[in-house]
Design a protein around this ligand. Structure first.
Ligand SMILES: [Zn+2]
Ligand SMILES: [Zn+2]
Length: 246
């Protein structure tokens, strides 16, 4: 049986989650999960993004719980958006000052940082959902964005749902993730990584994490089908950094 030691990807009312930090912490303590990361969305997302002013408030609240409780360790992270084909993510000084961990993932609907990115990256990736020819063309382009991101941000800890919503070459991404010590996430909410991706990525000494991506208390600790995926792909259990098996 796989047991979660750190639910490292969760959302709260500070972005578009349904529950407060307090409620998420309480649920993780009930479930006896020893570590929890609150990782709301990067500020460039117009619907889900955090208000940058809230980072200090979130940090203070999390520090308070860490002082209050000795059965859980709570961390503040950010799930940044990949906002440019040059690998830019929406992480700024405040995120670096207040957050314990930096994640990045591709999400529809973020605000591109300039018009050229809007035309060459944002639009084709949205259109690629409907037009297979565009999807294939975008694969190389998107892979480059992921690779440049890993070069540009040495503080990047994890890529969330790699290749979901935008096609990438997982072989190249996993190879660099291993080199740069970036964790690849196995997310129970999203279609990628899938079992086939995992088999390809596992050729390189990259680390993995399973994630609930909980948007409400009901999903805290729920990593769904990820255990089956890990077993189907034959991944060594000690490569999953936030679980233990018994
Ligand atoms: Zn995400
Ligand atoms: Zn998320």
């Amino acid at each position: 049986m796989m047991k979660l030691t750190h639910d490292l990807h969760t959302h709260t009312t500070f972005s578009h989650g349904k529950n407060t930090i307090d409620e998420m912490v309480r649920r993780a303590r009930e479930l006896k999960i020893p570590e929890l990361t609150i990782s709301d969305h990067g500020r460039n997302h117009p619907f889900f993004g955090i208000n940058p002013k809230d980072l200090k408030v979130m940090r203070e609240e999390i520090d308070f719980y860490n002082n209050q409780y000795d059965d859980i360790k709570v961390y503040l992270g950010i799930e940044a958006n990949i906002i440019g084909s040059d690998g830019t993510i929406d992480v700024y000084d405040e995120e670096l000052e207040y957050c314990d961990s930096i994640y990045a993932g591709y999400h529809y609907g973020y605000l591109p940082d300039n018009f050229s990115n809007f035309r060459t990256f944002f639009i084709p990736n949205v259109a690629g959902q409907f037009i297979p020819g565009i999807k294939n063309l975008m694969k190389n382009h998107n892979t480059d964005a992921y690779l440049r991101m890993m070069e540009k941000y040495p503080m990047l800890d994890m890529i969330t749902h790699p290749g979901d919503k935008m096609p990438i070459d997982i072989d190249k991404v996993a190879q660099m993730a291993a080199e740069k010590d970036v964790i690849l996430e196995i997310n129970q909410h999203h279609n990628r990584l899938n079992t086939e991706d995992l088999k390809i990525a596992a050729k390189y000494p990259v680390k993995f994490a399973v994630a609930s991506d909980a948007h409400d208390v009901k999903d805290v600790g729920n990593v769904g089908i990820t255990e089956k995926m890990i077993n189907d792909a034959n991944i060594d259990h000690d490569r999953i950094i936030n679980v233990k098996f018994d």
